[in-house]
Design a protein around this ligand. Sequence first.
Ligand SMILES: *[C@@H]1O[C@H](CO)[C@@H](O)[C@H](O)[C@H]1NC(C)=O
Ligand SMILES: *[C@@H]1O[C@H](CO)[C@@H](O)[C@H](O)[C@H]1NC(C)=O
Ligand SMILES: *[C@@H]1O[C@H](CO)[C@@H](O)[C@H](O)[C@H]1NC(C)=O
Ligand SMILES: *[C@@H]1O[C@H](CO)[C@@H](O)[C@H](O)[C@H]1NC(C)=O
Ligand SMILES: *[C@@H]1O[C@H](CO)[C@@H](O)[C@H](O)[C@H]1NC(C)=O
Ligand SMILES: [Zn+2]
Length: 435
Amino acid sequence: MEVWTKYCCGKMMYVTVFSSVILLVIGLAIGLSVNNFKGSDALDSAPLIDGHNDLPFNIYEILNNNLDEFDFTKNLTDDKLWGKKACKSCFTDLPRLRKGKIGAQFWVAYVPCSSQYMDAVQLTMRQIDVIKRLVVKYSNDMQFVTEAKGIEEAWKNKKIGSMIGVEGGHSIDSSLAVLRLYYELGARYMTLTHSCNTPWADASTVNNGSVHNLTEFGEAVVHEMNRLGMLVDLSHVSHNVMRRVLSITKAPVIFSHSSVFSICKIYRNVPDDVLNMVKNNNGVVMVNFYSSFVNCNSGRNATMQDVIDHINYIRKLIGPDHVGIGADYDGVTSVPQGLEDVSKYPDLFDRLYESNVEPRWTKEDLEKLAGRNLIRVFKAVEGVRDSLAKTEHPRQDIINAKDISEDQKAINMKPGLCYTAKEWDGIKSTNKTSQ
Ligand SMILES: *[C@@H]1O[C@H](CO)[C@@H](O)[C@H](O)[C@H]1NC(C)=O
Ligand SMILES: *[C@@H]1O[C@H](CO)[C@@H](O)[C@H](O)[C@H]1NC(C)=O
Ligand SMILES: *[C@@H]1O[C@H](CO)[C@@H](O)[C@H](O)[C@H]1NC(C)=O
Ligand SMILES: *[C@@H]1O[C@H](CO)[C@@H](O)[C@H](O)[C@H]1NC(C)=O
Ligand SMILES: *[C@@H]1O[C@H](CO)[C@@H](O)[C@H](O)[C@H]1NC(C)=O
Ligand SMILES: [Zn+2]
């Protein structure tokens, strides 16, 4: 300014002062708009994608999948079937999802481990069917999504992008043919186990031990998922299986609903060495809100701050590119104070932005947490699929029936009772009840 006045006449001085005032006003406006930014505004500039919601299982439990009796457009908070008094694991409806600014959701086709070696495949098909019917019935609010770019398209249409995840390898009944057809039906992730071991992968219930770890057939499952372009979900598997899969997969993996083992030492959570492997793998851990996973053995109730601690821990250890949200609403019976249902995600984002943790959360990092990380992983998985398309063909591995019969014996089931396929011939003759 001093340099300018030296050459300047009265009129020029006036112009200079005037433009300075204008610059000051613009500067203030920019400053104010930055100050006005709320963390939840990041959910307007990037889709919020939740990795895991078990509403479809509640529809099965409560209505045996009869959607005529279900009104998703109603606020169900105090409903006599779906309200919090009647149903301890019910947290979801369209009004609350909208308030929660959900951009896309993986709806989970979960069937209990008690169906393993029995009607798991049929029940899984029913759950895939009910998710598809739900999306059609509520097509004003939901849009079926099977590819990464579909998430952004649905979000631009102001629809909730709706994807299918199959929770538990028991759902394929040890058959790659069934896996492939789930993909054709639109399933885009499979969690390799639920809380039961499959004959080819151990569940987290074996803690840090092992029964089979990941068998050769288990490796074939992972590689077939890589070839198909299906996200490999490592929530629920044992720590050793997490390690093994991360060392053989050709594509980034997800944890659709898992938190941090260092903070809460239950084996459903992810240990630090595995988090570091996820960084190298370019994958994402979507943090579970379940009270017992985020705050264990403390004698107090879980709060939103516990969830924030898990998110911040992952960000600090492996960076903001590998953390996401997988709340597990409708799959659990207790959620933290402040995150009581699916309407509360914006509060979490507001709080993250307000908190003075170092480094502070930026808008860009909040967008990654919300959904950009998951979209990046999904696109990378599609890229691996495309690059394998020329050289790889559908795998024809058949599991050794003996691996299944051993597993059946371990859970006191009569080996081979429900099987008639060729590979069971030898086992049937000795162990099947005669017809
Ligand atoms: C749903 O109903 C509950 C209880 O009446 C109320 O507290 C909440 O604000 C409502 N939510 C929406 C999104 O309408
Ligand atoms: C396995 O878990 C047990 C019990 O939590 C612990 O004592 C042991 O050190 C763990 N072993 C390994 C190799 O992590
Ligand atoms: C499973 O993997 C772990 C870690 O690699 C190893 O220590 C253990 O011996 C394996 N168990 C079996 C049954 O192969
Ligand atoms: C936890 O919350 C429940 C109700 O939400 C309450 O009854 C209980 O006393 C609380 N427990 C503790 C330890 O604060
Ligand atoms: C059949 O069952 C018997 C007794 O449970 C067992 O000893 C045997 O190994 C089984 N045979 C096969 C082929 O699994
Ligand atoms: Zn689960």
